[in-house]
Design a protein around this ligand. Structure first.
Ligand code: GFP
Length: 761
């Protein structure tokens, strides 16, 4: 009997052909779960990694798991033979929005690679019932709705384990859900451990919103990721969430370590904790508390905790480096607040008068990153440039006292999801050219032999075109938008944030629109696509979305322009959208203000799929440029040192740029009659005012250069052979960005765990 028949008959008592897609989804879920359960966990290995993260943006799991189990083709062929299409079946799977952007997606790529390399390591986080939120566009504005994903047919498996978390005045008892994490062709599995609370309920959410009573912790604790923290109640809720996550995680670690034979004094031989960004940093005082509770002396508890905790920093933006008022910590978890005071006192004694390294500052705020650096043994940045900025400016005071703790770990992406799954046609073609060895080694360099082979270049273009058709079909069904599959596809997809400068691309779009109205028709039509969510309380980011949607409507309504130029904003951008967008893209927009984007990982995904990067020298763009060479990438804009200097000297004046004759009409367009006819005056005037008078992330500083280089990129596209050759070189050089390489380095330099697969590039 075939791989599927048994399951189908067991469940539905009818042949595959007669099952609905929903039924087939259930069958495949059962099949994959059973196969995963057959794989042992890595518990026989003594030491274990616990990757603590507020976010795990895992995306849909069905295809990925089939692929990792090595049964994708077998299953797919059987489905096809029975008139089924796996892409349709996958529609039944709801995508969890358990992350915000790159940070959460990185965590998801990492757990895949950790398992693939045969490392004993679980992810630890929370089981948010409604994720971040579902983005819905209404009147050209972003609105936020709950984004449910937990159904009977989700990947969650209830675990028996449960822990008590002691808050001030009350205790909450957790429920643990696991999601199996499979590696590529791996004979073991790991897990995501997502903690939850049975009493949490959607009943307290106001209909059609994401608002709820923030004080009702028992019922709201795991409703949403990053609930609005613009008031004190919101801040308290975030602290409740963070403490709940780390207390459960730390108890789990102790349980498992003891079960494997630890006497707690030797805990560092059994466990290592990676703190992903600052959200899980309370694990430090919590681990100290738990160890002392189990009879270990306070000084030794500090030393044990320090020897097993490492920290990753993902940003230099002050807003993301969390600082919690100590009185709020006292209100939520007084014992932890006391421990933090003690930890701070010790460091104040050790480094008197060095205020820059205090954990508790003069405003009585606890700096989570400072706590993690002092009381962890390693701190890493996520790209070479970012780590240098940490060492030389943002965290210089720490680098001066702990030079050996600082290390760089340039981010990576899992090739399983980002080419093998997302771009099967390209992956298969690469197999034909250089054998399938790259699927495990990530070595794509042999492709360089084909850079002058016209047949190969033609085939690459054909694959890109097919991916454009696939994207076009998806946008039609999802959003009722038709795009021209013969157009240049130019994409910026990422969280909406001023430093990422979607507003700069918007100003370029206004320029291009005017230019086309003036009779300069592009040789090949152009489609610019945005995707990304703005945090609900981040007003200017929401204004930017509004302006993009409004301009896009103006262009769509203008018959002089719309055949040549189109602007689309994908609604509710998520991992699945990305899997369709990235393989179809020609131009990858990585245009952050230099020094501000720690790494970027979208940039790596685009490169791997043969898009050319248009970028500032920021984050990992610098490393992409080094790998492919200047002639295979488009670089513009002020360099990082200049920008750091401008901030230090207060040297940027937006208005002086605004007054330039190229720039003024573009910014003024925001408040033009055309815009006001379709748009919201409050939002547009606020955005315009901000750009002229503040422009904190300097969108105007690089605008003229950006316009110039964009014209050059479009012109270069017309030479198809040269363009595709550059694309091929980008693909060939992408191997460095495999997350297997990144994890191999983390393990070699930070974690020191047993690892089954060693021959990683
Ligand atoms: C952050 C940083 C990015 C970085 C990721 C992962 O998240 O530069 O690539 O973390 O390290 F800003 P996002 O802004 O992408 O969410």
């Amino acid at each position: 009997m075939s791989i599927l028949e048994n399951y189908v008959l067991d469940n539905f008592d009818k042949p595959i052909r007669e099952c609905t897609d929903q039924e087939m989804y259930k069958v495949l879920l059962d099949l994959v779960r059973d196969k995963s359960r057959e794989l042992p966990t890595n518990d026989d290995k003594k030491k274990k990694l616990y990757y603590f993260s507020a976010e795990f943006l895992i995306g849909k799991l069905l295809s990925n798991n089939l692929l990792n189990l090595g049964i994708y083709d077998e299953v797919n062929n059987e489905l096809i033979a029975n008139g089924k299409n796996i892409m349709d079946i996958e529609q039944a799977e709801l995508e969890p929005s358990l992350g915000n952007g790159g940070l959460g997606r990185l965590a998801a790529c990492f757990v895949d690679s950790i398992t693939t390399l045969g490392i004993n390591g679980d992810g630890v986080g929370l089981n948010y019932h409604f994720g971040l939120f579902k983005q819905v566009f209404k009147d050209n504005q972003q609105t936020q709705l709950p984004d449910p994903w937990i159904t009977e047919e989700s990947w969650l498996i209830k675990n028996e384990k449960s822990y008590e978390v002691p808050f001030n005045n009350f205790t909450l008892k957790s429920t643990l859900y696991d999601i199996d994490v499979l590696g590529y062709n791996s004979d073991t599995r790991n897990r995501l451990r997502l903690f939850d609370l049975d009493s949490v309920t959607s009943d307290i959410i106001e209909e059609g919103t994401i608002h709820f009573d923030k004080t009702n912790i028992e019922e709201n604790l795991t409703l949403f990721l990053y609930p609005d923290d613009s008031d004190r109640e919101g801040e308290l809720l975030r602290i409740f969430q963070q403490y709940f996550m780390v207390s459960n995680g730390a108890q789990l670690i102790l349980d498992e370590a003891v079960a494997r034979g630890s006497n707690l004094h030797d805990l560092a031989e059994y466990a290592v904790i990676q703190i992903n960004d600052t959200h899980p940093a309370f694990v430090i005082p919590e681990m100290i508390r738990l160890l002392t509770q189990r009879g270990i002396d306070f000084d030794e508890a500090i030393q044990i905790t320090q020897s097993l905790t490492a920290f990753t920093n993902h940003t230099i933006l002050a807003e993301a480096l969390e600082k919690w008022p100590i009185d709020e910590l006292e209100q939520v978890m007084p014992e932890i607040a006391n421990i933090i005071r003690e930890l701070d006192n010790r460091k104040k004694d050790e480094f008197p008068n060095n205020h820059a390294v205090s954990i508790i500052d003069e405003h009585d705020r606890v700096h989570m990153a400072h706590m993690a650096i002092h009381y962890g043994y390693s701190i890493n940045g996520v790209a070479a440039l970012h780590t240098e900025i940490l060492k030389n400016s943002e965290l210089k005071a720490f680098f001066d006292i702990y030079p050996n703790k600082f290390i760089n770990k340039t981010n990576g992406i899992t090739f399983r999801r980002w080419i093998m799954d997302a771009n099967k046609e390209l992956a298969d073609f690469i197999d034909d050219l250089i054998s399938d060895e790259w699927r495990t080694s990530a070595n794509l360099e042999p492709l360089l032999d084909f850079k002058d082979d016209e047949n190969v270049l033609t085939k690459l273009r054909a694959i890109k075109f097919n991916n454009k058709q696939r994207l076009s079909h998806r946008l039609e069904t999802m959003q009722n938008v038709t795009i021209n599959e013969h157009s240049i596809i130019d994409v910026q997809i990422k969280r909406i944030h001023e430093y990422k400068r979607q507003q700069m691309l918007l100003l370029y779009i206004i320029h291009k629109y005017n230019d086309i109205k003036n009779g300069n028709i592009p040789k090949t039509p152009i489609t610019i696509i945005f995707g990304g969510k703005a945090a609900a309380a981040y007003t200017i980011a929401r204004d930017i979305i509004h302006a993009i949607l409004t301009v896009s409507e103006i262009i769509a309504n203008d018959d002089e322009v719309n055949e040549h130029f189109q602007v689309v904003m994908v609604e509710n951008y998520n991992v699945t959208h990305a899997q369709y967008l990235i393989p179809a893209t020609d131009i990858s927009e990585q245009i952050s203000l230099a020094s501000k984007e720690a790494s970027g990982t979208g940039n790596m995904k685009f490169m791997l799929n043969g898009a050319l990067t248009l970028c500032t020298l920021d984050g990992a763009n610098v490393e992409i440029a080094d790998l492919v060479g200047e002639e295979n990438i488009y670089i513009f804009g002020k360099r990082s040192e200049e920008i750091v200097d401008l901030y230090a000297t207060n040297g940027y004046n937006a208005r002086s740029y605004y007054e330039r004759e190229t720039i003024k009409p573009l910014v003024d367009f925001l408040m033009s009659p055309k815009m006001l006819e379709l748009g919201n005056e409050d939002r547009l005037s606020r955005l315009q005012y901000d750009m002229i008078n503040k422009d904190y992330f300097m969108a105007l500083i690089d605008l003229e250069e950006f316009i110039e280089i964009k014209e050059k990129v479009y012109e270069d596209y017309e030479d198809h052979d040269t363009w595709t050759r550059k694309a091929l070189i980008n693909i060939a050089k992408a191997g460095f960005f495999s997350s297997d390489r990144t994890i191999n380095e983390y393990n070699r330099d930070i974690w020191h765990l047993e690892q089954d697969i060693k021959n990683v590039n």
